[in-house]
Design a protein around this ligand. Sequence first.
Ligand code: ATP
Length: 439
Amino acid sequence: MKNDVIQNLLDALAISPDNIPLRMHVAALMLQDGLFDDAGKQYQQVLEKSYGNRDAKLGLAACYHATGKCSAAIVIYEQLSDELSLPDQVRYIKCLLHERSTAHAVELYQRVLALNPGFSDEELDAQLRMPAQNGFEFEDEDGLLPEDDAYFLQKPSVRFKDVGGMERVKREISMKIIEPLRNPDLYQAFGKKAGGGILLYGPPGCGKTFIAKATAGEIDAKFISIGLHDILDMWMGNSEKNLHEIFEIARRNAPCVLFIDEVDAMGASRNDMKGNALRHVINQFLSELDGVATNNEGVLVLAATNAPWNVDAAFRRPGRFDRVIFVAPPDTEARTQMLESMLHEKPVGRMDAQKVAAVTENYSGADLKAIIDIAIEQKLQDSLAKGAIQPIETADLLKAAKQHRATTLEWLASARNYALYANESGLYDDILQYLKVKK
Ligand code: ATP
């Protein structure tokens, strides 16, 4: 129900429809009264006559937000992101959450809190300040509790022998991580200290996480795998503390392989003004890596990224991630080995894994797993129909390979450009070599 004031103003507008201040006033009253659709129409009419009217755009975005049209609101907020008032910023963040852009929402909310220290919003606090999906309790003063160690720790049983191919990666990890731990005296005699991390990069699904896990299995160490977005999301405003606590858990449980995925999430924002709130997290991360005030002995750090070009150069300084290794899609031999080990203990009939490997160039480990899953699903259906187990055969996998294409190609195409045009100090020579491109 429109109140009398609004009705009177609408009557006045009917006489002078081009009166923009009047229309804006009516729209604002409608918005105030919760008449979002009506208000939205008024703002749209203003924008038809006065294109670019900032206040009308923001009014319209508020209407969109109130009626759940969050993606439309985000388009407006993005356009005006440098000049948003606090209430508009809060609406923007809520819209991002609605659209599941959590990392972006976290970053913006951190910025809002940094600029408005006393600010709080019940809905945002509930979603962003608490460890919503993590299932454990935080203590305000102490951060993560020792009882939470179990939540993060794994004790992998996979070993290097379970990882197909990747000979060079295994060799590097052995020399830098495993042998120093097994032969500390020898390394000391040569003045070589254990420590420093390895950064693995490459297309998705090619085994970066898997090899990190196998490294822990190989030395009977514990394993923590954490994505940087998790750290940023876990408990808003306390990312530095979360990061510190994760390293502390690793130290308490040494020997421990700490695997950090998506390191590019931090690097990219470091020089970006909008990433101000992240800078503290990055500095915290670098100082944890440097082990400044603490002892990193027995904590082996491996990190991974699909976007090495976004990783800040500061990460690659000596003692940090001073080895940067390309994890390429598996070669034919590695694919054969992976197919054989993935089919192990499954009902298999006539199987020529080499033949399948030959037609799956550029397929990642995850892609191979996917084609086996497709074949298994088909075989299950056949087995149910025939009432007896129908084993998987070569032809089934060849057919499945036609249904599932390699997912690494897109990555390789953009990596090629970086390797050709942004290859400072030969960092991406491995990519060129893999793609057989001459410099
Ligand atoms: P992302 O970049 O998407 O995190 P990733 O490179 O970390 O990918 P993984 O998660 O390690 O890839 O690989 C996905 C799955 O594919 C693994 O769980 C494993 O089952 C299989 N896989 C990948 N590479 C190998 C390999 N070399 N040997 C055996 N299995 C592999």
